[in-house]
Design a binder for this molecule. Structure first.
Ligand code: ADP
Ligand code: G6P
Length: 474
């Protein structure tokens, strides 16, 4: 039976997480990560439904509205959280799709849970979608949903967007269930990726793993009457205007000044903002900073590093290890280099509100994005959007999707520690004139390619492709 919504977004997470307070009451908190940052402002403007998990195990709450978005919760049992979310999604796919920075685990029970949970999401989306509606499935946790949805509801226009990289076939080929994943994705009319390279990797995987005729971003399915699936890149972005306005508020500017004062007014404030994830290169960044202090190229009287590291996936083994490693490293750097008056690294393992984040961006002279692999990296774009004063330098890893767009950043290879150190020093010493020239170009790019444009171009391409396919079939 068809539902009421003409647009349904399906994502592993809802835009808000259910939080059990110590007094037994329940509250809602904004969910972590770039997917929610990007999609929330888009969905606030649309009269659509968002199907997702509320972030805690157990029975799902009833559907509810949060900040103008209709939320339809999906329930996951504690075992499913372990096997589908922490296991197959974040212990298998996440490392596999991020250049196997850590070793993926392959477990049949995790795969079975992934299939089962994907069915549940597909069922819920099918219930919400009106006749002929658009359903937009998000990210690696739900790659089987497009096919499952098409079986239930052939009337729908189905899009899929992968927020993380799609790996080269030589890596993807490790996955014992590679053909099933490709078949799941090919249930969509349009499969979107961050970079052209990701779309190419996917098209090649269709040819190599499933022997399908695939060329120039079109995959032909002879078994389905020659239906064509389109694969293309749609680099995601942020709500530029909202952040630009927020950063221009007087209270935010005052808070930025206060942050610098509280840090002892360092001449240079370096900033890192990441989920505590091994893909982000936090240890590489700390190593470079530590060596700059060791070498005497800078000192704590002159510079401070603020590292905000949002808690993430805290029960997955590699994340537990990473947290320990980061905390030991920060402790060592501070033990060696801090003085009574000056701390070297301010490590903050918390989530902050939007105002505080904007103030931090505004306070920072140098933004360090040193990811070893990242689908896009919205933090880089957020820093740029906050700098209406045309000051500040973005140091950006070439292994992020953002590097394809933000050519005026100082590009680095995070594995090249000497290169990273030189880039940090160059950023600290850059003249205000050069900062302004680079920042102007960066801001123009992000302003012109904001998240509204991303969503509109994806949905237009989906409509056009679906229309063409329907035309061919009739
Ligand atoms: P990912 O999606 O891998 O987490 P992105 O850089 O694309 O990486 O997106 C991260 C998002 O989470 C950004 O919008 C960023 O501002 C936000 N974020 C990161 N750390 C924090 C934090 N400590 N508090 C609040 N928001 C945060
Ligand atoms: C990245 C992923 C998202 C995910 C987010 C936070 O942005 O692409 O799908 O929601 O990280 O991770 P989490 O596991 O907490 O949902």
């Amino acid at each position: 039976m068809a539902g009421d919504y003409d647009l349904v977004v399906v994502a592993n997470r809802l835009p808000v997480d259910r939080v059990e307070e110590p007094d037994g009451s329940t509250s809602w908190r904004r969910s972590p990560g770039g997917l929610v940052t990007a999609l929330e402002p888009v969905m606030r403007r649309e009269d659509g439904a968002w199907v997702g998990w509320a972030g805690t195990p157990g029975d799902p709450p009833e559907p509810f509205d949060a900040e103008g978005v209709r939320c339809v919760p999906i329930g996951l049992s504690a075992e499913e959280v372990q096997e589908y979310y922490e296991g197959f999604s974040n212990g298998t796919l996440w490392p596999l799709y991020h250049d196997v920075i850590v070793a993926p685990g392959y477990h049949r029970s995790w795969w079975e849970a992934y299939v089962r949970v994907n069915e549940r999401f597909a069922e819920a989306a099918a219930e919400q979608a009106a006749e002929g509606a658009t359903v937009w499935v998000q990210d690696y946790q739900l790659q089987l949903v497009p096919r499952m949805l098409r079986r239930r509801r052939p009337d729908l226009s189905i899009g899929f967007f992968n927020h993380i990289p799609f790996p080269p076939f030589e890596i993807f080929a490790q996955l014992p269930w590679r053909k099933a994943i490709i078949d799941g994705l090919l249930g969509a009319d349009l499969v979107g990726f961050q970079r052209a390279a990701d779309a190419n990797n996917f098209t090649r995987a269709c040819r190599r793993a499933s022997n399908l005729p695939a060329r120039s971003g079109r995959i032909r399915l002879d078994a389905e009457g020659g239906r064509e699936v389109r694969a293309a890149s749609f680099p995601i972005s942020i709500d530029y205007k909202a952040l630009d306005e927020l950063a221009q508020r007087e209270d935010v500017a005052a808070r930025a000044a206060e942050i610098r004062r509280d840090l002892g007014n360092p001449e240079f404030l370096l900033l890192g903002v990441d989920r505590l994830d091994y893909t982000k290169g936090i240890l590489h960044r700390l190593k470079a900073f530590e060596e700059l202090l060791d070498d005497g190229r800078t000192d704590v009287g002159e510079v401070a590093l603020v590292q905000v590291a949002t808690p993430s996936r805290e029960r997955v083994e590699q994340y537990v290890q990473l947290r320990q490693d980061v905390e030991v490293t920060v402790g060592r750097i501070n033990g060696t280099h801090a003085t009574i008056a000056h701390t070297a690294v301010h490590y903050l393992h918390h989530s902050y509100g939007r105002e505080e984040m904007a103030a931090l961006f505004l306070a920072a002279d140098v933004m360090l994005v040193t990811a070893l692999r990242d689908g896009m990296n919205l933090v880089a774009k957020e820093y740029v959007a906050s700098r209406h004063d045309e000051r500040g330098v973005l140091v950006l890893s070439e292994f992020t999707g953002a590097a394809d767009e933000l050519g005026q950043a100082l590009m680095i290879n995070p594995h090249d520690i000497d290169g990273l150190k030189d880039a940090v020093v160059r950023a600290m010493r850059m003249s205000p004139r050069e900062q302004a020239r680079r920042m102007r170009a960066l801001r123009r790019r992000v302003a012109d390619h904001d998240v509204q444009r991303w969503a509109a171009s994806f949905l237009e391409a989906l409509e056009e492709h679906h229309g063409q396919a329907a035309g061919r079939a009739s």
